[in-house]
Design a protein around this ligand. Structure first.
Ligand code: G3I
Length: 377
């Protein structure tokens, strides 16, 4: 086993230094992510955490396609970007569409990859039928029974196969304890215990009953940059855990900008990791990592991709992977998923071309990819 690890490290070092040489000569490395001799993220980080991407089921249809080969070579965990969300999986009350999720789970099993389920409940990409009853608002009882049926049907179908679920997504408020959503408005404090977590609790309890061994995640954005949001997440999860709600971990989406304050970020991870004081098995996952090369309010026009921007981009990736390694060494983190297979398919191409991933739209490996690989050595 140990010998294998050394051989793997040696091969990795050789592949990386060949690519570095090209970089030093000012040339762009010509390796494709699926090339046999290219380094693999899943292999490089095998001793730390699983590495993955959000993909779409059409990437899995042709075993000869570069996308298929890239996914099989590079990743050990995968998320469906949109096709396992409520509007796609359960668009009508009495109708589920499982074909794409089935294909995804089969692919993962064939390639020794962990499939993640994303997401059982969200305030967007959710069909309106959940909230209506004969043209009126549905009652709290009806919404809760629909949540239970929805969660139970999906989680039990994949029992033992999908080991991790984003049970709820983006439920923490940006300036209050919880996001104002239809779920919250219609269910509220149903059990009268003084908090509004009831719809979230119902979802987690149903998921746990359907698959007691599944890891159940509460997933959100900006936890890594907003300490006040991290504290709101801590408070909500602590209260629910104390009430016996089966939450296994917090998902940090990590849609970040180009340049991070690593110390501040580390502190925000620590806020959530304090849940371990009372719940030692509690985990953290990185669920949607990407690096936006534009400011959030950038006008919809392309900017020049300068050398400085690319250097900053590599630094941002190596900074956060440095933090992930630390968290993994502390036993807190075992899964890092990036939100997209390559630059060309990222949700951040919004009126301008963005460059948020480690792989170009032609599926070539970027210098930042090699820097991240090197960090694992
Ligand atoms: O499928 C329709 C297509 O039929 C239609 O012609 C087209 C016209 O706009 O829209 C297509 O749907 C789009 C869908 O992605 C599939 O491509 C929606 O408009 C678009 O809004 C939707 O965006 C997704 C977004 O979630 C929705 O909020 C992104 O792809 C997806 O990457 C993004 O993912 C979220 C995570 O789930 C949660 N965290 C944030 C993250 C980024 O927003």
């Amino acid at each position: 086993m140990r010998i294998l690890r050394y051989v793997r490290a040696g091969l990795l070092a050789a592949a990386v230094s060949a690519a570095m040489l090209l970089n030093a000569c000012g040339e762009i490395p010509e390796q494709y992510a699926y090339d046999e001799e290219a380094p693999s993220l899943r292999e490089a980080y095998a001793d730390y955490f699983k590495v993955g991407a959000a993909i779409n089921s059409w990437n899995l249809e042709d075993p000869e396609s570069p996308e298929y080969k890239t996914i099989a070579k590079q990743f050990s965990v995968l998320t469906l970007e949109n096709e396992s969300k409520p509007e796609n999986l359960h668009p009508e009350e009495d109708r589920y569409y499982f074909d794409k999720f089935d294909l995804f789970v089969d692919f993962c099993e064939d390639h020794d990859i962990s499939p993640r389920g994303h997401t059982l409940l969200w305030h967007t990409q959710v069909p309106d039928w959940f909230f209506r009853d004969n043209g009126h608002d549905a009652s709290a009882e009806l919404v809760l029974s629909r949540i239970k049926e929805h969660v139970t049907t999906i989680v039990s179908r994949y029992k033992g196969r999908v080991k991790t679920w984003d049970v709820v997504n983006e439920v923490i408020g940006d300036d209050g304890p919880l996001r104002q959503s239809e779920w919250l408005r219609l269910v509220g404090d149903y059990d009268g215990d003084g908090d509004d977590y009831d719809y979230i609790e119902t979802a987690f309890i149903a998921a746990h009953e359907a698959d007691p061994d599944a890891r159940l995640i509460i997933n959100d954005y900006s936890l890594e940059t907003s300490s006040s949001k991290a504290i709101r997440m801590y408070n909500a999860v602590k209260k629910m855990l104390d009430d016996g709600v089966p939450i296994s971990g917090v998902g940090f989406q990590m849609h970040i900008g180009n340049g991070v304050d690593l110390d501040a970020m580390r502190e925000n991870y620590r806020i959530i990791s304090r849940l371990r004081d009372d719940y030692p098995e509690f985990v953290i996952e990185v669920t949607e990592l990407d690096v936006n090369c534009y400011p959030w309010n950038a006008p919809p026009a392309d900017v020049e991709v300068t050398k400085e921007l690319l250097e900053q981009f590599s630094k941002t990736y190596t900074d956060v992977f440095t933090l992930f390694k630390e968290l993994s060494e502390d036993g807190l983190l075992d899964s890092v998923v990036m939100w997209g297979l390559h630059d060309g398919v990222s949700w951040l191409n919004n009126g301008h071309s963005n460059y948020p991933m480690l792989i170009t739209k032609e599926l070539k490996l970027k210098p930042a990819f090699y820097d991240v690989i090197k960090l694992a050595e």
